[in-house]
Design a protein around this ligand. Structure first.
Ligand code: SAM
Length: 239
């Protein structure tokens, strides 16, 4: 997989050198470059923002540097991922889908966001995915890009040492994962549940399934009664 990230704060993406994405690069599974959007600004101040048409607070990212940058790093057919609080909620399902793609380009917005025409024009030759990390507002797209990249890269075939562990994780089957424990079996007066010490695989599986169901019902009942988006409109599925 190839990933290009465009940002006015390329230093923010330094963690991509570490941990799992760093390992994927070392294994040759990931080819990743971070670019400074200001390299495509045309004036001597390397300006990337301007006042919004229609007035209002804040600045908007200018289309010209973005257009030139995407022309340079995003070949036809690449997937352009645009983190934005007004995007579709990012999910494990979307991560799995993106992990099968050959080339992802991340456009990290700042200020009040990127001039809409950049995305409209890009949609003529790229697959544009506007994705939200959650219902809150960050200062820029970099943290969202880091989170999305980490979720995607760990699903690239051959990346995780033990691929089976992916199947049991939260969200893999629409449920949250059960609680996990390791040695010692008793710690500060808290004991590991007896079923896990039993050695009885059927009993262990049943205990874990029950715990997953209970956790999901308590913490994320919406996962059991999901909503869905059809033509951009949210529909509630019958309960
Ligand atoms: N004015 C925008 C709005 O209300 O939708 C918020 C802009 S925010 C201050 C600046 C940038 O941070 C956005 O362009 C986006 O790249 C990123 N960002 C903020 N919150 C985000 C979220 N929940 N998910 C993904 N990206 C986010």
């Amino acid at each position: 997989m190839r990933i290009d990230v465009l940002s006015i704060f390329p230093g923010y993406l330094a963690p991509l050198e570490l941990s799992l994405p760093g390992k994927a690069r070392a294994k040759g599974l990931l080819d990743l470059s971070v670019h400074d959007l200001r390299d495509w600004a045309v004036d001597k101040h390397r300006t990337v923002d301007d006042t919004p048409y229609g007035g209002g607070a804040g600045m908007v990212m200018k289309p010209e540097p973005w257009g030139a940058a995407l022309d340079a790093v995003a070949p036809d057919g690449a997937v352009l991922v645009v983190p934005t609080p007004s995007g579709i909620p990012f999910s494990q399902e979307i991560a799995a889908e993106l992990s099968t793609r050959e080339h992802l380009v991340f456009a990290c917005g700042r200020y009040e966001g990127i001039d809409q025409r950049v995305l409209d024009e890009a949609a003529g030759r790229l697959e544009v995915r506007e994705l939200s990390l959650g219902d809150y507002v960050l200062n820029g797209g970099e943290v969202a890009a880091l989170a999305i990249i980490e979720a995607v890269v760990r699903l690239i075939p051959g990346f995780m040492g033990n691929a089976a562990s992916l199947d049991e994780e939260s969200h893999a089957d629409g449920l949250l994962e059960y609680p996990v424990y390791t040695k010692p079996s008793s710690w500060r007066g808290h004991d590991v549940p007896e079923a896990l010490l039993s050695g009885d695989h059927g009993r262990i599986a049943a205990w874990r399934a029950e715990q997953s169901e209970r956790r999901t019902a308590e913490r994320r009942p919406d996962l059991r009664h999901p909503s869905t988006l059809v033509d951009g409109r949210e529909l509630r599925l019958a309960e």
